[in-house]
Design a protein around this ligand. Structure first.
Ligand code: SAH
Length: 583
């Protein structure tokens, strides 16, 4: 895991125009508090605070949840490498923003290393692809530059190791199918189990006493345990009946084996001596006639019924409990299964698409009803490969992530006036740069009206195809693609998208541009392609932060006269807008 603690040092070979800084990079200290290995950064703007800066550092130092997922991929994650030709100091850390989420910023800049005075801001960034700097394997191939001292892998400090007893790169939990899968709810430390398991265990226990013992002693679910008990109950009831209905041992002819023809002679129906005056005879009936065996049989039946009823009710109770847990918004946990920094009362994550959107609405991250209904129409489960209703970014492969729902909500809310059709803008044209999963592209398409168009631009072909494929999963998505209302294209988003023949439809400018990856600057070509009036929502690296650790969303407005105004909105962590990886 060399790259986990060290930065890859390489040069930008493609961007020759950008000045290259030779100044040594100021060292970044690895923080010594616990790394939040399994949490995303503040996934919601609510409840976040300035200490997320520390979390960023930690995540960057140790890798985030998303990075862990990326480690599963055939090639390791790409690295974000700046134009630093000087060997990094030993405690420098690898950086790749893995999530797309808002971050706290206030204290961040103060702690950032500043660019040497008089030096041009560094804007060059290479998203190392291919064998150059693409993860672990490429690191092996990477050659240190001349004069560069050998880098050594540095283990974490004692405090870091102690704080993170389960490093994110080891998966210690094995989930066997049917045994505590992702959705199994543990009641009193045991999964509930199926009705089938209940019946099966009941059947085995009811036929054999040893069966009961085996089932009861070896049970692993509430179903098996209670099924075994129910079987025992039935067994006792059966024994009770057998004892009670045992034939009389004398006085009848049924059991006379000495019958002359080999058959049993029937009892003579008249062979009784009934005296109607003597029915109250204490020797002829009543409770006193109960033998010890009768008592035993009744006792067994009562105990049997008790055990049976108890077993069934215990199992039903466990199942009901399971249902309650599954239906509760936080799935039975005191806090929801989402990022740190969120409070249960302001939680955004849900267990269904509608719940997620309702929560975004309740927390005023979605403010306009038309935005809400657009989001409700697009099931995020078609776009996020896992945990689609959590307010977190999720890896979608190729080192990209689908952004957190609150980020998408914020983007759409800001762009809304330029997305929705109006008399001045009957057919809005929207460009989604870095379309990735295609989720936001779809939501945007729900808002542009019948005549509107949305184009998603990706620089990685398989991701462009992923967006298309995801949209095909729903009827509406299929229709949008078939009608040409939504198109996915492969290209470098930093250059916008110009294709008058295919996309022009009378004009080439975009009423709204959404950029889904952090740019080093507001690219000129994007500004040129922005309509007048038009709006761009773009994450940009902070100027005084050449490493791209801190980024802000910028809302760039172009008015009717072509005048451009930029507003800095809030701090975020996006994956970088880069060169396509070389293959
Ligand atoms: N908005 C998407 C993806 C966000 S991740 C979603 O939420 O699903 C950022 C995406 O930007 C990645 O898919 C990445 O491949 C893409 N990207 C990065 N640099 C790019 C560039 N120069 N041109 C086009 N797309 C780029």
């Amino acid at each position: 895991m060399t790259g986990r603690y060290e930065r890859v040092n390489t040069r930008d070979e493609e961007d020759h125009q950008t000045p290259v800084s030779n100044a040594p990079r100021p060292p970044f200290p690895i923080p010594n508090s616990p790394p939040p290995s399994f949490h995303s950064r503040a996934s919601s703007i609510i409840g976040r605070d300035n200490n997320s800066r520390q979390h960023q550092d930690l995540d960057d130092a140790f890798g985030s949840e998303d990075e862990d997922a990326w480690d599963d991929e055939p090639d390791d994650r790409q690295r974000l490498v700046r134009d630093n030709t000087t060997p990094s100091s030993s405690n420098a850390t690898s950086i790749t923003p893995a999530t797309t989420t808002m971050t706290a910023q206030a204290s961040a800049q103060a702690s950032q290393p500043s660019r040497p005075v008089g030096q041009a801001p560094t804007t060059t960034r290479v998203y190392g692809g291919g064998i150059q700097s693409d993860g672990v394997f490429s690191n092996l191939a990477a050659k240190p530059e001349r004069g560069e001292p050998e880098k050594e892998e540095l283990p974490p400090s004692y405090e870091q190791a102690a704080a993170d007893s389960a490093p994110p790169y080891w998966e210690t939990t094995v989930l066997a199918p049917g045994l505590g899968g992702f959705d199994d709810v543990f009641i009193d430390g045991m999964p509930v189990g199926s009705i089938f398991s209940f019946l099966w265990n009941g059947f085995i226990s009811m036929t054999l006493l040893v069966g009961f013992l085996l089932c009861y002693l070896l049970h692993t679910t509430h179903a098996a345990k209670n099924g075994a008990k129910a079987g025992l109950g039935i067994q006792l009831i059966q024994y009770g009946f057998m004892m009670k209905s045992a034939p009389p041992s004398s006085g009848g002819g049924y059991d006379d084996p000495t019958a002359d023809n080999g058959f049993i002679n029937p009892v003579d129906p008249n062979a009784h001596d009934f005296d109607p005056d003597n029915v109250q005879n204490p020797n002829g009936g009543g409770i006193d006639d109960f033998t010890g065996a009768d008592w035993m049989s009744y006792l067994m039946m009562i105990v049997g019924w008790f055990i049976l009823i108890r077993a069934v009710s215990d199992y039903l109770k466990a199942r009901r409990h399971e249902q309650l847990v599954l239906q509760s918004p936080d799935r039975g946990l005191g806090i929801p299964v989402i990022a740190t920094g969120e409070r249960p009362d302001t939680v955004v994550s849900g267990t269904s698409n509608s719940e997620l959107i309702e929560n975004l609405w309740r927390n005023e991250m979605i403010k306009h009803p038309e935005v809400k209904s657009a989001f409700l129409k697009v099931d995020r489960a078609y776009y996020a490969p896992r945990s689609p209703y959590e307010d977190c970014p999720q890896p979608i492969g190729h080192h990209a992530t689908i952004s957190a729902p609150h980020m998408h909500a914020s983007a759409v809310e800001h762009l809304l006036p330029f997305i929705k059709p109006s008399s001045e803008r009957p057919a809005p044209r929207v460009l989604d740069i870095g379309s990735g999963s295609g989720y936001l592209t779809h939501v945007l398409a729900e808002l542009v009206g019948d005549k509107g168009k949305v184009v998603g631009v990706e620089h990685i072909e398989p991701l462009k195809e992923l967006g298309e494929k995801n949209m095909q999963k729903s009827k509406e998505g299929r229709e949008f693609i078939d009608r040409g209302k939504v198109r996915f294209r492969v290209g470098d988003g930093r250059k916008g998208w110009k294709d008058p023949e295919q996309e022009g439809e009378g004009r080439t400018s975009w009423d709204a541009i959404h950029v889904g990856a952090a740019a080093v600057k507001v690219h000129e070509e994007l500004l040129e392609q922005l309509a007048s009036p038009g709006r761009m929502f773009i994450p940009v690296d902070d100027e005084n932060d050449p490493q791209g650790w801190n980024q802000h969303i910028w809302c760039v407005d172009k008015d009717e006269k072509g005048e451009v105004k930029k507003r800095k909105l809030f701090g975020v962590r996006y994956v970088p807008l880069t060169d396509a990886p070389r293959v």
